[in-house]
Design a protein around this ligand. Structure first.
Ligand SMILES: *Cc1c(COP(=O)(O)O)cnc(C)c1O
Length: 338
């Protein structure tokens, strides 16, 4: 039995999801004629009570389109220093938007309104003009940490005072909402743009959505085409997205439960150092003594358990819908023997 905890991107579509894909009605989405893509975009926009949505191949693309739409070349983007938009998108902020980043050293991937205030540049010709604030919820490198919604409201107030757009990288926003009993409309009300992934915890093979106001999404559709993201009969993929939104959100609570059980087994071991607080479906912990992160990764791989060493001392595990209760029990018994 392979237990793949490297990422929640390793899920495969279930038979029911595949059935929804096989039977999708499709058309040419570049011409706006794919009924299933149109349906997915309208379902998502409605959930968030935002005006429109656009379906894209990846979360990197939805983030990068948003950044391109919000900024002018030479501007500065405020985000946490381990943000996906900054460290995991191939230098896209510079490549696509000709902007630079003002990285903030936050707390497990999250920044505060005070830090945002400090990071905004004065109107001084020596400085880049601040063009955007970007938040990530849940924060991947923060170990799936979640924002306190009150802090987001404070950050929004600062953005309004300074005439700055606010973007949300919500690749795992559903995890945060399920963990904290929040709803999509709260987020839709605050953010100028939101990127959500269907291919992480929700389990589709491909796809992300960018949400925003009508004019913003009109511009985003143009940029999507320029970036090469205009897809034709994408309804087959959108059908998986609709299936996921209808069936795979509430079950995320199970993934959160599973990762807590794994953390509880690890905490008893002398080779485990600091474990980051577990809030959603990601677990990041330190190795010490007998194991380095690499040697621990190798040890588990021998039993068919795949994890990722994200630094010389840290391992990351991620639960998702292809990690069953039985797999979690097996992993825990293996941890107990180490
Ligand atoms: C996975 C992820 C994305 C998008 O990644 P793609 O692989 O391009 O879909 C964006 N932000 C965060 C925080 C992520 O974890």
């Amino acid at each position: 039995m392979i237990i793949d905890l490297r990422s929640d991107t390793f899920t495969k579509p279930s038979p029911a999801m595949l059935e929804a894909m096989f039977t999708a009605k499709v058309g040419d989405d570049v011409f706006g004629e794919d009924p299933t893509v149109n349906e997915l975009e309208s379902i998502a926009a409605k959930m968030f009570q935002m005006e429109e949505a656009v379906f894209c191949p990846s979360g990197t693309m939805t983030n990068q389109i948003a950044i391109k739409c919000h900024t002018q070349p030479g501007q500065e983007i405020i985000c946490e220093k381990l943000s996906h938009v900054y460290i995991y998108e191939g230098g896209g902020i510079a490549f696509n938007s000709n902007c630079q980043v003002k990285p903030i050293e936050g707390n497990r991937g999250r920044i505060t309104s005070e830090e945002v205030v400090e990071a905004i540049n004065p109107n001084d010709i020596h400085k880049a003009s601040t063009g955007l604030v970007s938040l990530e919820n849940t924060a991947n490198r923060g170990g799936g940490s979640c924002y306190d919604f009150k802090e987001i409201i404070k950050i929004k107030a600062i953005c309004l005072d300074n005439n700055l757009p606010l973007h949300l990288d919500g690749a795992r926003l559903w995890n945060a909402m399920v963990a904290n009993g929040e709803n999509a409309m709260q987020y839709g009300e605050i953010f100028d743009s939101i990127s959500i992934c269907l291919s992480k915890g929700l389990g589709t093979p491909v796809g992300s959505l960018l949400l925003g106001k009508k004019d913003f999404i009109k511009k985003a559709r143009r940029i999507r085409k320029v970036f090469g993201g205009g897809m034709r009969q994408a309804g087959y993929l959108a059908a998986a997205g609709i299936y996921a939104l209808e069936n795979n959100i509430q079950r995320l609570a199970q993934d959160h439960q599973h990762i807590k059980q794994i953390a509880a087994a690890l905490v008893k071991k002398d080779f485990v150092g600091t474990i980051m607080p577990v809030e959603t479906n990601i677990l990041i912990f330190e190795l010490k003594g007998r194991f380095t992160a690499k040697s621990f990764e190798k040890e588990l791989a021998q039993s068919g358990i795949y994890t990722i060493a994200i630094s010389p001392t840290q391992i990351r595990m991620v639960t998702h819908l292809d990690v069953t209760e039985k797999m979690v029990s097996q992993l825990i018994s293996i941890i107990e023997t180490l």
